[in-house]
Design a protein around this ligand. Structure first.
Ligand code: ARG
Length: 293
């Protein structure tokens, strides 16, 4: 482990003061041999700006014996690559229009970013395996408007679970294939939700720049209960459209998951605090009335 990773882990630990809480959560997350601990989505912006904190947080998780599954995005990187190649970036309803040449660039960028994560994890002593195919089977439903964008129809988790079982962190790119073998671009949030549905992990975690769902005054909302707060929240003008979409998807997924499952939105630097303290650091979304004790 490099000394900067050590320093960051040390910083992670100093924000947590209760050993009892740490032990409680560690025990909870480690059940089922840690097989189904968490699916963690890491946005492209985080890969660009917070790689060191991300690697330190994941190294910390590994050191306490937890192996998450990572799904990454790479939106900003792809937009940059397209502009280098003079290809226009187009969006319809927040979804990237994927022509064959956009798909080619997307594949290159996803593979680069995926390797970047796995190699930095390895440098930090964490075994990691890249997955950029064979996970998401897709249909192409809107070829005329969106091009080669996949709607996930099934998820193949066997290889992922085998990897986790060996203690290696799977790093999954948002790429799918159709039954006919056409590679397709998949929205990374959708990939995360589909994967979570298939894996049924204890935690679904989104690492974002803001580190949670923000209220009107840009403060992080610590808890959201779907049953009690969802209807109100979704109507608020200050909940921006991207977050609205995410909340809708979170609601849909929590409705079909075991009740103990929760979604946490936080940032890399505060991940350990979110996971191993009662109060957490970001936004915890669950079905019920209050945070699960
Ligand atoms: N550590 C617990 C968990 O990960 C509770 C987190 C509480 N977080 C919050 N933002 N209220 O499930």
């Amino acid at each position: 482990m490099t000394s900067s990773v050590k320093d960051t882990i040390y910083k992670l630990l100093t924000v947590m003061d209760s050993e009892t809480q740490i032990r409680k959560y560690l025990k909870r997350f480690s059940s089922e041999q840690g097989l189904k601990f968490a699916v963690i989505k890491v946005g492209g912006k985080i890969l660009k700006e917070e790689m060191e904190n991300l690697v330190a947080s994941l190294t910390f998780l590994k050191q306490v014996g937890l192996t998450p599954i990572i799904v990454h995005g790479a939106g900003p990187q792809l937009t940059a690559r397209l502009s280098e190649k003079n290809i226009a970036a187009e969006f319809v309803d927040g979804q990237r229009v994927t022509s064959p040449e956009v798909l080619k660039a997307a594949r290159e960028v996803f593979i680069d970013e995926n390797h970047n994560v796995t190699s930095q994890l390895k440098e930090s002593g964490v075994d990691a395996t890249s997955f950029y195919s064979g996970v998401f089977e897709c249909d192409i439903q809107h070829q005329d408007t969106l091009g080669l964008v996949g709607t996930i129809t099934s998820v193949e988790i066997e290889q992922l679970l085998k990897t986790v079982k060996k203690g290696r962190v799977p790093v999954v790119s948002p790429l799918g294939e159709t039954k006919e073998g056409q590679i397709v671009n998949v929205n990374a949030d959708s990939a995360t939700f589909s994967l979570a549905k298939a894996i049924q992990p204890y935690k679904i975690i989104f690492l974002t720049e803001t580190g949670g769902v923000l209220d009107e005054e840009s403060n992080i909302i610590p808890n959201i209960s779907i049953v009690n707060n969802y209807k109100y929240l979704i109507k608020q003008p200050w909940v921006h459209s991207g977050m609205k979409l995410k909340l809708e998807k979170i609601k849909d997924i929590l409705e079909v998951m075991p009740t103990a499952t929760s979604v946490s939105i936080t940032k890399p630097q505060l991940l350990a605090k979110e996971l191993f303290t009662d109060k957490g650091s970001g936004t915890l979304v669950n079905m019920g009335e209050k945070a699960i004790e």
